[in-house]
Design a protein around this ligand. Structure first.
Ligand SMILES: [Zn+2]
Length: 452
């Protein structure tokens, strides 16, 4: 916890009061109840930094009615989860992800709203409504944040992906520790196919703009990992999804489309958000978190505009003569399953045709387009087809692999470093030849250098 009380004379103390040196004369207690706590200095745990915090003393528990009592909060979360979450007799909360995580029940249970407490671990919602699964995940994340991701507390939360077995919370929700981000980064590096939505928790560090002027956010910068650092980013074709997110805003970004993009200075662990409910956000001050909310739904006009833009870019690409015969690097993506059927989500109009981003792979073209002035061979992992099936540890084995998130954006959606040199020959799609894409890259680079 970031805060505690000195019992007598009563005063509140905060994280920054924890030394060295610190002098707390008198017993330390929870800032919301009478439970004894101790001050723990900043330290590292298995190499991961742990910030200074107040922790329950020994086997002490928060008072039953303390808003920081995890059991109490777990029951409130379950109560407001539309039946998705349950607490067992050991106090373990299980969040069962529905088949359609974006589903918002048509009836809003106003009678269930509990204006619970000043820490606001309540189930109150604000419009546009977050789907109960995402809302419950945010509540859990907020509770864990209030407890500095205490490892014992994290163990009390589990998730059951639809059709799969129980997994630890940290296998569903990544961040905000570097260690956790790095784990997801490695999963993406292995081209793991996610059979359930993945949540990434972070705080907006920076808002950037891509070459089309669309804003995107960095949730973490220079995260250390084996083999080099990376950034964590969330992007979108729809600027309205990103615009509400300012530096300092906490974000839970949900989707199965997490991937590693290698086109920039550092690799990017990123997701493209296509729907408003994929981005839950809130802020905190010294005392409490605000209610989670999400951006306004993407309108039919925005979807149409994004489709038109995608068509325009595709036409521009196709009008350039291909250098090698086009190949079929991957089968067309199905409609992402985390996009709700139109009838279950009034906010999303029926699409007359597949969303452009679903038609628009091949990502093979994206990396070179964005990172032309970097060694082409480093791009290979991101562009490799998902030939690697989910590893044995994949908990939701048995669920047929399917992309649940619109795939990567078009070729010219990459960052920020326009090519400064002479015009380049058109980049070939991955060829079926003996040496495949790498060979095509090599040939393309050769031609590019000859022209330069
Ligand atoms: Zn307490």
């Amino acid at each position: 916890m970031h805060r505690a009380r000195v019992e007598s004379p009563e005063r509140h103390v905060f994280r920054h009061h924890i030394g060295p040196p610190h002098q707390f004369t008198g017993e330390l207690i929870c800032w919301k109840c009478t439970a004894s706590v101790v001050a723990v200095r900043a330290h590292t745990n298995k190499g991961a930094p742990v910030q200074a915090q107040y922790r329950l003393k020994g086997k002490t528990e928060h008072d039953a009615d303390c808003p920081l009592n995890p059991t109490l909060v777990s029951h409130h979360i379950a109560h407001g989860s539309h039946g998705l979450a349950e607490v067992d007799e050991k106090g373990i909360l299980r969040l069962n992800l529905p088949e359609d995580i974006s589903h918002v029940p048509t009836t809003v249970p106003d009678e269930e709203v509990i204006a619970q407490d000043v820490v606001r671990h309540s189930v109150t919602t604000v419009r546009p409504l977050l789907p109960p699964a995402v809302n419950s995940a945010v509540k859990i994340a907020q509770l864990l944040m209030a407890h500095d991701f205490d490892r014992d507390l994290v163990k009390r939360f589990k998730v059951r992906p639809h059709g799969g077995g129980l997994i630890p919370w940290g296998r569903f929700c990544y961040g905000p520790t570097a260690e956790s981000y790095a784990e997801l980064f490695q999963r993406c590096r292995r081209s793991e196919v996610f059979t359930y939505p993945i949540a990434v928790l972070g705080t907006v560090q920076r808002v950037n703009h891509d070459r089309q002027g669309r804003p995107y956010i960095a949730l973490a910068l220079n995260v250390p990992a084996a083999g080099g650092a990376f950034h964590v980013a969330v992007r979108s074709e729809h600027p309205t999804l990103i615009e509400p997110l300012a530096p300092g805003t906490h974000v839970l970004a949900v989707g199965a489309g997490w991937e590693v993009f290698n086109g920039g200075h550092l690799p990017q662990l990123r997701m493209w958000a296509d729907e408003h409910w994929q981005l839950a956000y809130w802020t905190t001050d010294e005392d409490q978190a605000t209610l989670p909310r999400c951006p306004p739904p993407v309108t039919a006009a925005q979807h149409a505009h994004a489709q038109a833009e995608a068509r325009r870019r595709r036409t521009a690409r196709q009008s350039a003569p291909p250098a090698t015969p086009p190949a079929a690097p991957r089968p067309p993506a199905p409609i992402p399953s985390n996009q709700p059927p139109a009838e279950t989500n009034a906010a999303k109009p029926p699409s007359p045709e597949p969303h452009p981003s679903t038609e628009l792979r091949p990502p093979a073209q994206e990396a070179p387009a964005a990172g032309m002035n970097e060694p082409a061979t480093t791009d290979a992992p991101a562009a490799a087809p998902d030939a690697d099936p989910a590893p044995a540890g994949q908990p939701a084995a048995g669920v047929p692999p399917r992309p649940e998130q619109p795939p990567a954006p078009p070729a010219d959606a990459g960052p920020e470093q326009p090519w400064q040199g002479p015009p380049l020959p058109p980049f070939p799609p991955p060829g079926p030849g003996e040496d495949g894409r790498r060979g095509a890259l090599r040939r393309w680079l050769k031609r590019a250098r000859r022209r330069a």
